[in-house]
Design a protein around this ligand. Structure first.
Ligand code: ATP
Ligand code: MG
Length: 788
């Protein structure tokens, strides 16, 4: 016997006579003697409805009649622990009020059930096909009741089934009420019924009373009656024990009961009679606990539309697919609802890992776990390669630069702590390089690179163009920026060289040397009029004079000629117009302070990739505006992409990878989605693996959003906003499973719906409680399966 959960889907459900007709075919799949059951339970979070059967087609048919879908689950998913059990039985005579069976509204019938069913209760409706005798007896009984030889009644219609109704509840009163409730919500059900609630005491009392009576008889009459008295006592004890274990519900009992057929009569019922002017329909035609009903009478019980009326909804938990429980595929991310472990496929991570969830939902922790896993994998491989221990587990290999973009100071500490802990455990030191904008003593990133001043200026201006919001740097500003940057690089070079030869004289004569030790960004600032037009003219004049001198080197000549459109016969006000927009950007970048200091130790992305380093780049510093943080981050990603394209050709085929991580994706997106789209779409061949997080997808520019939501592994954490939750639920439902906005909105903290694929095959999304690896970093390696 299997069990399926009935879940709401977007489909409209049938109504009225269509519903009655569709319901008739439900038991078509069942053979004679087969039993199926409908199970409805209610806990604090709302209704849950199930179909149990040997046939998947029956469950699907039931679900489709009520406009729903069904998903296979397990009996342990049914909350079935209740202290009291009972059932519906027909009263003597068995005739109740007749009511119409057509024009049935599923919503109205089951709305009542949803709103009145007590918390912690359950209804189990078992059904089977009737025997020939049962069908005949019921027809005769109904015909006599309705006074028609050809009665129009659901119990005599094609496909009618024999059903029994069992209930479970927290107390006897609730159990009796529940029977009455079921009777009232079954459309067209007209048998007069009552509740029979199991009692653990009644059989004992009956047994003891019988024993006493027999004992008295034996005492009065003959001693040999003691023998049957003893037998009677044993029977009573056995009955009492059975009654006690049968009272209430448990999962084991549910499994047993759903496959037990509704009872049959032992003797035929009495026939209808008509004597002395008094008419009688005859005895109730079935066993007291069985009812002949049209299928449309019982099916509304599992209409999940009623969930909405129950006033409570909850996030469904879906089991982790077997493929993701396999520890050999990659990192452990958490545990499923039944305690099963959930892993993601390390080989499939080139398709990207994207976590989305409201503030504090656990995105950063989820990403940190991925980082720690990648670092551990890399370090253990490095150690093994150097002739140390054999590690057994390996995924992405030893050639694996990992680049993390961070925007908060404490974030850097977390990455560093992981590297320290894992480095110590594996026995490798100097694991991570921290590049921190706000820390003058740390490494800095070389955002300029080498080559001629014109090349450097072009590259840097392109990066700036990407770093600032869409269209912020237009064509004219771009030209000005390029020219100014070219001159600024030359000035920085000359200053670093100590203003050699004739330039030294020129620089001190013009007063340029007195301006102090400046970075190219500060020179650009001056040339764009940041210290007034006079200072700009003075510096530009110096460059142009030097460029005009015989023997001037090519970069200087380029710088001089580049400044001509800005400083040659241009009025100060015209120059101000030209310089204003680019100067705003340069001013903003100057906010990064010592980041531009020419004396700072720098690394290029080429070096990071070549030496396969793990680096954390923190583009944020306290008090720095977000525009600057995001401009620097996006510029860095732009430069990284160019470097990957240059340096990492064919890496995937050589089993080499570059992991790029950022838990605030919006900071990286820059002015256009192209960089992230490229990394997502073309990056694969270059071994690029992306790990991103964001609070909600609407923070992202459309193209970036699309790229990120299409990542191979999507970790959806809680979202309060209905539209956002709805859009994410729709995305999760793409492969046929149904997810609703409330599933996403009601996710418990640190619990995620995970959509992922294993060995290229996309799996149905499942729910996972993300593990907290931060609280015990030392145990990470063993939890991830390494024996260090
Ligand atoms: N899996 C987890 N198990 C237990 N606690 C967790 C888990 N993940 C996160 N936390 C707790 O929740 C806090 C917030 O988590 P985290 O920083 O990952 O959230 P976030 O989604 O990144 O938030 P923000 O959007 O503000 O960056 C953590 O400081 C930690 O205390
Ligand atoms: Mg975070």
């Amino acid at each position: 016997m299997n069990i399926w959960r009935v879940v709401r889907s977007g489909k409209a459900h049938l109504e009225g006579s269509d519903f009655v007709l569709a319901a008739r075919s439900i038991s078509a799949a069942m053979g004679r003697g087969d039993v199926s059951a409908l199970v409805v339970t209610r806990d604090e979070t709302g209704l849950m409805q199930f179909v149990s059967s040997d046939y998947a087609s029956l469950a699907q048919q039931v679900a489709s009649v009520v406009g729903a879908e069904c998903e296979e689950c397990d009996f342990v998913d049914v909350p079935a622990d209740m202290p009291v059990s009972g059932r519906m039985v027909a009263r003597r005579g068995g005739v109740g009020q007749s009511s119409s069976q057509v024009g049935v509204s599923v919503d109205v019938a089951v709305g009542a059930l949803a709103s009145q069913m007590p918390v912690g209760s359950m209804i189990v409706v078992r059904f089977r096909k009737p025997t020939g005798g049962e069908a005949r007896h019921v027809k005769r009984w109904v015909a006599a009741r309705l006074g028609s030889a050809v009665p129009q009644h659901h119990s005599t219609s094609a496909g009618a089934v024999v059903a029994s109704v069992d209930v479970g509840a927290q107390d006897r009163h609730d159990a009796a009420q529940l029977v009455e409730l079921v009777r009232s919500v079954m459309p067209g059900f007209d048998v007069d019924v009552r509740a029979r609630v199991d009692s653990p005491v009644a059989p004992i009392v009956a047994g003891v009373a019988g024993g006493v009576v027999l004992a008295c008889a034996a005492w009065l009459w003959s001693w040999w009656l003691l023998v049957p008295l003893f037998v009677w006592g044993v029977v009573c004890a056995w009955m009492a024990w059975r009654a006690r274990v049968n009272v209430g519900w448990s999962t084991a009992k549910l499994v047993r009961e759903v496959s037990a057929a509704p009872p049959k009569r032992c003797v035929p019922p009495s026939r209808p009679r008509r004597d002395e002017g008094k008419e009688s329909a005859g005895g109730y035609p079935l066993a007291r606990g069985s009812f002949m009903v049209g299928q449309h009478t019982i099916v509304p019980l599992v209409a999940p539309q009623a969930e909405g009326l129950s006033g409570a909804s909850r996030s469904r938990s879906r089991p982790v697919p077997a493929a993701c429980q396999d520890a050999s595929i990659g990192p452990l991310i958490g545990v499923g609802s039944r305690g099963e472990s959930a892993h993601v496929d390390a080989q499939g991570l080139w398709q990207g890992f994207f976590a989305v969830g409201e503030a504090g939902s656990g995105k950063t922790f989820a990403l940190l776990a991925q980082f720690a896993f990648a670092v551990l994998d890399k370090l253990t491989r490095q150690k093994a390669r150097r002739g140390g221990v054999s590690v057994g587990r390996h995924f992405t290999g030893v050639h694996h630069p990992i680049i993390v973009f961070e925007s908060k100071g404490d974030g850097v500490a977390a990455y560093r702590n992981w590297c320290d802990t894992l480095g110590r455990q594996v026995g490798v030191s100097g694991v991570v390089d921290v590049i921190d904008v706000g820390d003058a003593s740390s490494l800095a990133l070389d955002m300029v690179g080498s080559g001629s001043a014109v090349d450097r200026a072009r590259r840097f201006t392109d990066a700036m163009k990407h770093g600032f919001a869409d269209d912020a740097i237009r064509e004219r500003s771009e030209e000005t920026l390029r020219a100014v940057m070219c001159a600024a690089f030359v000035l920085q070079d000359m200053q670093e060289d100590g203003w050699r030869g004739a330039d030294r004289v020129g620089a001190s004569t013009a007063g340029v040397a007195d301006l102090g030790r400046l970075s190219f960004m500060q020179w650009a600032h001056i040339l764009l009029g940041g210290r007034g037009d006079d200072a700009g003219q003075l510096v530009a004049g110096f460059v142009r004079d030097a460029a005009a001198r015989e023997g001037a080197w090519p970069d200087l000549v380029d710088a001089g000629s580049g400044l001509a459109p800005l400083y040659d016969s241009v009025t100060p006000s015209a120059r101000r117009n030209l310089c204003e927009a680019p100067r705003n950007k340069v001013d903003a970048l100057l906010g990064a302070g010592s980041w531009w200091d020419p004396g700072r130790r720098r690394v290029t992305f080429d070096m990071v990739l070549y030496h396969e380093r793990t680096v954390v780049i923190n583009c944020g510093a306290s008090g720095m505006p977000t525009t600057v943080v995001s401009a620097l981050s996006a510029m860095a990603l732009f430069l990284l992409r160019a470097c990957v394209e240059r340096r990492c050709v064919g890496w995937k085929d050589q089993d080499r990878y570059v992991s790029v991580m950022c838990d605030e994706l919006k900071l990286l997106q820059g002015s256009s989605p192209q960089v992230i789209e490229w990394l997502r779409n073309q990056g694969r061949a270059f071994g690029v693996r992306l790990f991103f997080a964001t609070q909600y997808p609407e923070q992202l520019e459309a193209g970036v959003r699309q790229a990120a939501l299409g990542f191979g592994t999507l970790v959806v954490l809680r979202q309060e906003n209905p539209q956002i939750a709805g859009a994410l639920a729709e995305l999760l439902s793409l492969r046929g499973q149904s997810w609703y906005a409330e599933d996403v909105a009601n996710l418990p903290r640190f619990t995620a719906v995970v959509k992922t694929s294993v060995r290229g095959e996309t799996l149905p999304p499942f729910t996972v409680r993300l593990s907290d690896f931060e609280s015990d970093r030392g145990a990470f390696a063993s939890r991830q399966g390494w024996a260090l």
